[in-house]
Ligand binder design. Structure first.
Ligand SMILES: [Fe+2]
Ligand SMILES: [Fe+2]
Ligand SMILES: [Fe+2]
Length: 425
């Protein structure tokens, strides 16, 4: 039987929202709120359990295609003029990931107006009713930002929504919303920091992911981390591949190597919580900026901490700036306590960062890279045995790194060119 990592996909998607909450609580909580409300609406409309689950998952990632914080803020503020691009990008991002494939039409169409029935088809495709439901839940959450005194705002907000019944929203679904308006607990739930905590556990759809599914999902998340610019678009792909290979050379089991690959894709997850302008800066950082960057591994740890099955992956991913002599950050864990997986990640991250092209310089050549790594091993920054293992297999490892990074750049280019193409059509 295939080994299941049995991770609740809901937990992982929530973890992404939490990452965004650190920069903007409004943005981070938006998807959680929409997921809660869409779920309750689907329940009110007596949709099947399967369909509720699908709508819930789609809602949790509906704005995943909004890549910059600016774009996200405009969407949750209702100021966005172009609502289709992020919907298309979102659909492209999850398209090849089996467990989320069923959500693609919902994500793609979550801003399609009902238009008195004409909206049941769009661009030659049928629009699922779940997509219209998502649109309704999304718009309601955008119009109801208040955390306090939510009940007093309901009549006015609902009147605005009702005025768009038929034109923007499906009348039957607006009627279901009206039924929910009478139930106070729904709106108190929605105002909670994490409304999903208010769904009883047995209601929360659990989707078990296999290790391979998890690898795929981690790769998709790595695109979100790295997509800020073409130069960073390949970093995590390189680190993941190098770490996986070093793990296999160090005798990790096949599953262990895949877990290392996942950890590699997610090692910079905390960067989602760091201001993009600093991460993209192509010059030396000042102290204030560097202090902000230092937070990224702390957030990687804290974000992965909410996924109970990720104990090891979390340590391997989040300790990549710790040093054997205890002078790394943020936990100052020294060589006596640093797990082998974390040391591997530190070597893979350092090697990749040196060898890859950067916006302000070309990648460092092999001889010099070897010198730098050996020097770091001597200074107790990196594990000497692992550094020598990498050097011994330099050619293979560098080839794997380059292939993985070329793949990531290709993905980046294809992704943005298909968005452009669809725009032109
Ligand atoms: Fe949206
Ligand atoms: Fe890092
Ligand atoms: Fe990194």
């Amino acid at each position: 039987m295939e080994y299941q990592l049995q991770v609740n996909m809901g937990d992982i998607l929530q973890c992404l929202s939490k990452a965004q909450s650190i920069l903007s609580p409004q943005v981070g909580q938006h998807q959680l709120k929409v997921a809660y409300l869409a779920y309750r609406l689907a329940e009110e409309l007596a949709f099947s359990t399967e369909e509720r689950k699908k709508i819930f998952l789609a809602a949790l990632v509906h704005d995943i295609g909004a890549l910059s914080m600016k774009e996200k803020l405009e969407l949750v503020d209702g100021r966005s003029k172009d609502t289709q691009t992020h919907a298309l990008r979102g659909a492209l991002l999850v398209r090849d990931f089996g467990p989320l494939q069923c959500t693609v039409p919902l994500i793609r169409c979550h801003h399609v107006a009902w238009a008195n029935g004409a909206g049941s088809n769009w661009q030659g495709q049928p629009v699922p009713r779940g997509a219209h439901l998502l649109h309704l839940a999304d718009s309601m959450c955008i119009r109801l930002p208040a955390q306090r005194n939510v009940l007093s705002q309901l009549p006015g907000t609902f009147a605005e929504m009702q005025a768009m019944s038929g034109s923007e929203f499906v009348p039957q679904q607006v009627a279901a919303l009206e039924n929910l308006i009478r139930k106070e607990y729904i709106w108190f739930d929605l105002a909670a920091t994490n409304p999903l905590d208010r769904l009883p556990q047995w209601l929360m759809p659990v989707v078990g992911l296999s290790v391979d599914d998890m690898v795929r999902l981690a790769e998709i998340i790595s695109h979100l981390i790295d997509f800020g610019s073409e130069f960073t678009s390949r970093h995590s792909a390189g680190v993941a591949k190098v770490a996986e290979h070093l793990a296999s050379l160090s005798g990790f089991s096949a599953d262990g190597c895949k877990k290392m690959l996942i950890a590699g894709y997610l090692h910079d997850l905390g960067k989602l919580a760091v201001n993009n302008a600093i991460l993209e800066k192509d010059a030396a950082l000042n102290t204030t900026e560097f202090n902000e960057v230092r937070a990224h591994t702390y957030y990687t740890y804290y974000l992965l901490d909410s996924i109970p099955e990720f104990g090891e992956i979390k340590q391997w991913a989040a300790y990549h700036h710790e040093r054997l002599d205890g002078t790394g950050y943020p936990f100052h864990i020294n060589g006596d306590f640093l797990p082998l997986g974390s040391r591997i990640m530190a070597v893979a991250d350092t090697f990749t960062a040196i060898a890859e092209d950067r916006p302000y310089r070309k990648g460092v050549e092999a001889n010099k890279t070897v010198d730098i790594l050996r020097n770091m091993a001597r200074r107790q920054v990196l594990d000497e045995r692992l550094v020598e293992l990498l050097i011994k297999n330099y050619e293979t490892i560098d080839m794997l790194r380059q292939a993985a990074q070329r793949g990531a750049v290709r993905y980046y280019e294809d992704f943005f060119s298909s968005v452009k193409q669809a725009d032109a059509e």
